[in-house]
Every structure is written in C-alpha cells, then in structure tokens.
Write a protein that binds this ligand. Structure first.
Ligand code: F6R
Length: 609
C-alpha cells in the first residue's frame, strides 16, 4: 500500500529512483512522484496514474539531484489527483509517506491556526508543516523528527529530505515497512528490499518505532526510546528473473505457471521424501491446544478455510476461521493454550498483523504462515512457517495461495501426529498424496486451451456463480474473488448445498455456474445433484472434474462444459483445482482487456485498515 524509495548519493539518483519505484508499483498505482534537491532547490514532479505518466512528465520536465525520494500511491485520504500525489513539500521539507496519520485533522487545525496553508486533502501534508514548524523553532533535523514522531498517531513509513540540509535524509517507521540499503558511498531506503535489489544486497529492516538519519556514507538508527541502536545487516539474495515477466504476458500468468516449482520447493522444505513424513514442526503445543483460531484476509483467508476442513478431519481440533478485520474488533474468546494461526503472503497486512498482536497479548500460542521472511508478521509470531513462493508481483494472489495450502497440509499432518490422531502409515499415505501435487498442478496447467474456450463464455457474463462443497467450497470462493478482482465481473462463491436457500433465484440462462466437483470427493454425488438443479433452471454449467466425474455427468445427461482435471486424492484436490480457477479469471480478464497485474482500486500489500 504505497511504495517509497529514496537514494542519498554523490551522483545523480533520478534514473535509479525511477527503476526502484517501478519495482514497487505493485503497492499502488493511483499516482507517482519524485523530489530531489538540485543546486539548493527542491525539484518536485508528480503525475496522476501509473508510473508511466511520471516517466512521461520527466521526459518533458527532467529533474536531477544527488538525493531524492519518490512514491507510488494507493489513495487513502484524498482522491488520486496531482495535488494529493506525493512527495508533499514546501520550501523547507519534502516528504513521502506510506500509512495513515490518524490524528491528522486535529494537527491540521492547529497548524492552520498558526497560519500554515494546506494544498492537498492528504493526511501526509501535516508532516510537512509540523516539521517546518519545528525547524523554525531552531531545532536540528533530528530533533524535528523526534518531536514530530511524538505528535503523530497512526501507521507510517516516512522519508524526508530538507532543502537546507541537502546531504541528509530522514526516515521513520511505525506499522508500515521500511528498509535501509547500504551501498558504496550511497544509502538507499525502500518499502520493500526488492526495490533496492539492483543496487545492494545488504539491508537493514527497521523495527517498529525506529527512525534514522542517513547521509550518502553513513546512517544512524534510533529506537522508539530515542536510543542510538545498531540493527543487524541482512544479506538478501534476489534472483534477477524473480521480478521480471520473462516470456509471459503478465506477472500473474508467470506466477500461475510457477506453481509446480513453488509447491515442489515448499514440499522440499517440509517433507522428508524418504521417510514419507513431514519435517515441519512448531514450538506451539498442539496436544494442549483446546482450539485453533485461523485468521487472515482475502485469498489467505480462503486458504485458512480449506485448512479448517483438514484440521477437523485429521487433527480433530476445534477450528474457527476469521477475517482479520472482524476478528480484531470482536471479542473473540481465547482459551488457555489456544493457538492462533495467521496466514499472509506479504506479512504486512495490517489487520492480520493486529489480530496476531491481539492473540499474543491474550496469551495465545501464535503461528504464522508467511511468504516474506523479514515481514512484520514473521517478526511477531512465535512460530514462523515460510511459504517458498518467491516474490509475488501480480496483485491477484496465485502461487502464494497454493504454497500456503502446501504448508497448511504439512501443518495439519504435524498437528494430527502431535494430537495422536495419525498413525505412521496414515502419515505416509498423506505425504505420498501431497508429493503428487507438483505433477498434478503441471497437468492442470495444460487445460489452458480449454480454459480459454470457457473464458469466452464468462467474458460476456454479468454475473457468475462458483460452487463447491467441502474443501472445494473455499476454492470456489477463491475462484469468484479472482474473477471479480481482475475481470470486474460480478461473481460469488457458494457452498453448493446452500444454493437452494436463496441464491438459486439468481439462476437463468445468462448466469454461468462454475462447479468444482472432483469425483474423489465424498460429496461428489451431492454436488452432482446441485449441478442438475442449476442446469434444469437454464444455467450454463462449467464443471471442473476428473475422468470419472465426466462419465457421471454424461451418464446423467447433464449438458455441461467440462474442464478435465487429473484424478487426484481429495486431500490434494484444493491445491490442484485452485489452478484452473486462476487461469479462468486470467483469460477472462485478458479477453476483457483489463489491467491484469494492476487491477483498478487494488494494491498488493494492504497496510491500512
Ligand atoms: C486476492 C489478494 C488479496 C490478499 C489479501 C491478503 O488476490 O491478493 O485478497 O490475499 O489482501 O494479503 P496477504 O496474504 O498479503 O495478507
């Protein structure tokens, strides 16, 4: 949610800042801007829309400077226009900000009384004037920052440059991520280490409450108690192709096709393929836990929903699955020794992070499944289980979902063993099934041509229903979410058995119904009846099923488009069936000409509530 990048150097930083910003565009693309100091003056350029608009502006009105900060915005306060675009500046200070300053209205009123004039509707502009006010009181830049941090409430990552101190850059973080990169005679800052990947692999992840003063050659970090502190320098490895589309048309398509590799890599970490046992373990005590609360948002929440079925079946533990933004503001009942499991690709989703913090405060054992090892969630949870999906750039989550399911499947096996509900031979059977997942996903990807045909049907629809039962119900929800977010077609996922309790009223021959119906499911016959019910009411059905399922459809004279899936055990089916859901959304969106990797109104990492 908003990306920040900055460089302090002895050379012109503008071309590189623009490259860094392009690696952060997934965080927001409502507007973009850059500020530098050139010959003692601020040079600020801001443009509405994607980064390309800023590039075009820079072509006609170039800037340069040895110190610069830049921003790509996902609008919170104020519409996406040029005035609200960052950096915000006056003649003393230029600021970029990611997050929300909650007490901005009150601060703004106080500053206006002092005569400060606001140009934008943003919360960020208060930082500019507050900082200026402290400068005018004769404070040093560091003292100004310290005073400012005492005034503002909320979540923020801030980068500040000062016209009268052109060698300096100031940064601070609370709630929103910020890293410092160390170069040779240069220092970098970014919302994500990925932004700095071309310049350095040495990064420092600031802790919550940290702030720092940077020159081109040095940095000093201070903690929340204003003590100078040294934080560890981490060496991060980025593969150049991880952030490039290669021969694919979109990042989303590339990431969909990476799934056999990603699932395989994740399995390598968690499965002993010789002993056919899981290698995963946690410090959380599953034997003692009376209840498991799974908390996440969006796609990660649907992964949690799949896991609920698994945990109940195999580990015999009572499970609640919650949307993080609801969980954190309800009064959830925490039982002694209960486990809270959070799931997040980015590891920065604020609602999930706050839910985790709440659970930890309430004495729960906490486990996090995350894709970004140095993320806030990874640093907060008691146990961290990484998904090995690599950077996910497409805004719609794909490979992270199947990687999450792969980790969850291992966690279920581990928990079931701990709780004494899984024998060694049962574990071997489940692990053997899991190990077939990369190959099955590879086969599922081969349905792409057929999927394109189905996309030709969906493309014309105004509404689409997705149905499934058991673990395939959350996969149906995920299919609907993917379709709406990238094709902008209205779609809903339903538990197939729930249809006749209301939604069946929507059915007519204009509403395609996509059904996940593997014949290996215990619910197969029941779902088949539901397919007949909607087909009888004129719906165009699209069934995702295996050879046996296809025969059953034919035997029952159900006229349905079929997307033929490989035969797979019901345990791995949600991992495999998620893939055609993603491809269906992808091809429908491409046909409709939407911006697949950067759909409207969305951003990748949701660091505001
Ligand atoms: C959907 C999507 C979102 C995220 C959600 C949680 O394609 O990407 O629904 O799943 O914002 O994000 P993370 O997993 O980063 O916490």
């Amino acid at each position: 949610m908003c990306g920040i990048v900055g460089i302090n150097s002895f050379e012109n930083v503008v071309p590189r800042i623009m490259d860094g910003l392009s690696r952060l565009e997934y965080r927001g693309y409502d507007s973009a801007g850059i500020a530098t100091i050139d010959h003692g003056q601020f040079q600020v350029r801001r443009a509405v829309g994607k980064l390309q608009s800023l590039r075009d502006l820079l072509q006609h009105h170039p800037v340069q400077g040895n110190v610069g900060i830049a921003h790509t915005r996902w609008a919170t306060h104020g519409v996406p226009n040029q005035t609200n675009a960052h950096p915000h500046s006056n003649e003393y200070v230029a600021v970029v900000h990611n997050g929300i300053i909650e007490n901005h209205a009150e601060l703004r009123a106080g500053l206006q009384q002092k005569g400060y004039v606001f140009n934008s509707q943003t919360d960020t502009e208060v930082v500019v004037h507050l900082f200026t006010d402290y400068l005018k009181q004769g404070k040093t830049p560091l003292e100004c920052l310290q005073s400012l941090l005492g005034d503002i409430v909320g979540a923020f990552a801030l980068a500040i440059i000062l016209r009268q101190f052109p060698d300096l850059m100031l940064v601070a973080r609370k709630g929103s991520p910020l890293v410092i990169g160390i170069g040779k005679d240069e220092m970098y800052i970014g919302s994500d280490a990925l932004a700095l990947s071309d310049w350095t692999n040495q990064v420092i992840y600031l802790e919550d409450g940290d702030y720092a003063e940077l020159t081109a050659k040095s940095y000093q970090i201070y903690d929340v108690a204003h003590q100078a502190i040294s934080r560890p320098i981490k060496v991060v490895e980025f593969k150049a192709d991880a952030v490039a589309k290669g021969s694919y048309a979109h990042f989303m398509q590339k990431e969909i096709f990476e799934q056999p590799m990603v699932i395989g890599k994740t399995l390598q970490q968690y499965v002993d393929s010789e002993a056919l046992a899981t290698k995963l373990s946690t410090t959380a005590d599953w034997m003692a836990a009376p209840k498991l609360s799974i908390v996440a948002c969006g796609t990660s929440y649907y992964a949690g929903m799949v896991a609920k079925y698994w945990f109940e079946t195999y580990a015999k533990i009572s499970v609640e699955v919650d949307i993080a933004s609801e969980f954190r503001y309800r009064d959830p009942v925490f039982l002694e020794e209960g486990i809270t499991l959070v799931i997040s690709q980015s590891g920065e989703t604020i609602d999930t992070l706050m839910a985790l913090t709440l659970a930890a405060e309430k004495g729960q054992q906490t486990v996090a499944i995350v894709n970004v090892p140095e993320s806030s969630i990874a640093r907060t949870a008691q146990d961290v289980l990484l998904t090995y999906a690599g950077p996910e750039i497409g805004v719609a989550s794909t490979k992270a979902f199947t990687a999450q399911l792969t980790v969850l499947a291992n966690l279920v096996i581990y928990a079931a063993k701990q709780r004494g509900h899984l024998t060694q031979s049962q574990e071997k059977a489940l692990v053997t099934e899991l190990m077939t997942a990369p190959g099955l996903v590879m086969t599922a990807l081969q349905t792409e041509t057929d999927i394109h045909q189905v996309a030709l049907v969906l493309e014309k629809a105004q509404d689409v229903l997705f149905l499934g039962r058991g673990t395939n119900f959350p996969v149906a929800l995920e299919g609907a979410l993917k379709l709406k977010e990238i094709s902008y077609i209205h779609a809903e996922g339903y538990a197939a058995g729930e249809l006749k309790h209301g939604p069946i009223a929507l059915i007519d021959n204009t509403v395609p119904v996509v059904v996940n119906i593997p014949a290996t499911d215990v619910w197969f016959e029941k779902t088949l009846s539901n397919v007949q019910e909607v087909a009888a009411r004129g719906a165009k059905t699209i069934c995702l099923t295996d050879a046996k399922g296809q025969k059953a459809l034919e035997a029952n004279h159900i006229d349905s488009l079929v997307l033929k899936m490989p035969t797979c055990s019901s345990f791995v089916a949600p991992i495999v069936y998620a893939v055609p859901m993603q491809l269906l959304a992808y091809h429908t969106a491409v046909l409709r000409g939407t911006d697949v990797d950067q759909p409207r109104n969305l951003a990748k990492s949701v660091t505001v509530e």
